[in-house]
Design a binder for this molecule. Structure first.
Ligand code: NZQ
Ligand code: ZN
Length: 385
């Protein structure tokens, strides 16, 4: 196991009927800006319940944060937060709203050019403070509710933004708020959590036994409950388990002290930026291809994955790995998510645009070893068609 720091200050408030507790979670005298997306929180009554739970407060609203939140939209919220001298931000929504709110938290107090906050990749942005924020999660997927990262879209690219100042102070996770999700978003969320887990697990062996067994627990749980969460949208326990898996897949726990490989996410972000494919769906397209192309480098962990996650114990190494990749693809397809680029109308002549974008964003040496060059990415994309 490698050396690591683990720091996670987010207070998780989990369970049904807990929105009323917002009154004790949001600081009493704080002028609070509630941020949300395209309207689902209004349509399904969540916003009303939140406002009721915060009586005698100075509350402001900023709606319209789109999926894959845009820098230009978020800067309008930054202007509002500055103009109104807001003290606290409350994100109500999925990953896009939570990520967008984190960016607003950082940019509001930042005195330099806010665009420069998009240029630091996985390194913390150079800030000393941010507005405090909390979240109410309506879509289990990204883990944004318990991590310090966000992904912001700007001028045809998607840019990670990290800072220890953007951890939510609290996140309220009520699985019943996810009952209204369209099936396709639930499936996206299951796949996002699944891929976050394998990108910290199917790498190279490093004797992180706790991390491995925990990752396997998350993966097996997602496989067990995946179909049920779709077939029975109001099955509380299925939704609760999905929600807690999604949070733990990306709160730093399973990735501490072990190698990580974010190839799937980095290429996936370009597919979203160029073709508008949902984040979760880009991952379902790419992951089977990445494992097929990089079987050699990932052989040991792929075999462990085959045995411990899919219970594949017979056959030679090659056939067990192939079988595990097929099972993974079948799982995604069973959730109703197509796993080929052609299913989304992307044709071979568009692949060079992805390579050009990867190049422009400096993503030319991806993976746990840095061996995923543009040439390897090209191969991955070709077999993803
Ligand atoms: O905008 P509204 O009207 O609220 O509708 C949303 C949106 O259209 C809808 N929705 C959310 N909760 C709902 C609901 N509809 C009905 N009932 C509910 N309870 O779902 C749609 C998608 O929402 P979005 O927030 O975009 O989805 P998701 O949570 O998958 O977030 C995706 C974003 O997160 C980033 C992605 O890149 C993408 O921008 N990620 C953030 C990460 C992080 N911060 O750690 C890591 C991830 O890998 C990911 O990159
Ligand atoms: Zn993701």
């Amino acid at each position: 196991m490698m050396n690591f720091d683990f720091y996670n200050p987010t207070h998780i408030v989990f369970g049904k009927n807990r929105l009323t507790e917002l009154d004790s979670l949001v600081p009493k005298n704080a002028k609070t800006l509630i941020l949300y997306g395209g309207g689902s929180v209004k349509k399904y009554g969540t916003l009303d319940k939140i406002i009721q739970a915060l009586p005698q407060r100075e509350l402001l609203e900023f709606g319209g944060i789109e999926p894959n939140p845009k820098f230009s939209t978020l800067m309008k919220a930054v202007e509002m937060a500055r103009r109104e001298s807001v003290d606290f931000l409350l994100a109500v929504g999925g990953g896009s709203v939570m990520d967008g709110t984190k960016f607003v938290a950082l940019a509001t107090t930042y005195e330099g050019d806010a665009q420069s906050l998009l240029t630091h990749g996985f390194q913390p942005v150079p800030v000393e403070t941010a507005l405090p924020l909390g979240t109410v999660v309506t879509l289990p997927a990204t883990g944004s509710e318990m991590n310090s990262g966000g992904v912001i879209s700007h001028k045809g690219g998607k840019f990670p933004v990290f800072s220890p100042f953007s951890f939510p102070k609290f996140s309220l996770l009520d699985p019943t708020l996810t009952y209204t999700l369209p099936a396709t978003q639930v499936a996206n969320g299951i796949i996002d959590a699944f891929i976050h887990t394998v990108e910290q697990y199917v790498t190279i062996p490093s004797d992180g036994s706790f991390q491995d067994r925990t990752a396997e627990g998350i993966l097996k749980t997602l496989i067990e409950i995946g179909k049920k969460t779709l077939d029975e949208p109001t099955n509380y326990d299925a939704r609760a388990n999905l929600m807690w898996c999604a949070t733990n897949a990306l709160n730093g726990l399973i990735g501490a002290g072990v190698p990580q490989d974010w190839t799937t996410h980095m290429i996936g972000h370009e597919l979203t930026a160029l073709f508008g494919i949902d984040h979760g769906k880009t991952l379902a397209i790419l992951q089977p291809s990445i494992w097929t192309i990089r079987t050699e480098q990932k052989r040991e962990k792929l075999l462990q994955y085959a045995t411990r996650v899919w219970d594949i114990t017979t056959g030679d190494d090659e056939s067990r790995i192939t079988h595990a990749i097929e099972k993974t693809r079948a799982f995604f397809e069973e959730l109703g998510v197509k796993t080929h680029l052609s299913d989304y109308g992307v044709t071979e002549d568009r692949l060079e645009e992805v390579i050009t974008a990867l190049d422009a964003h400096g993503l030319t040496a991806l993976s746990e070893t840095g061996e995923v060059t543009l040439e390897v990415s090209r191969k991955i994309l070709k077999i993803s068609l």
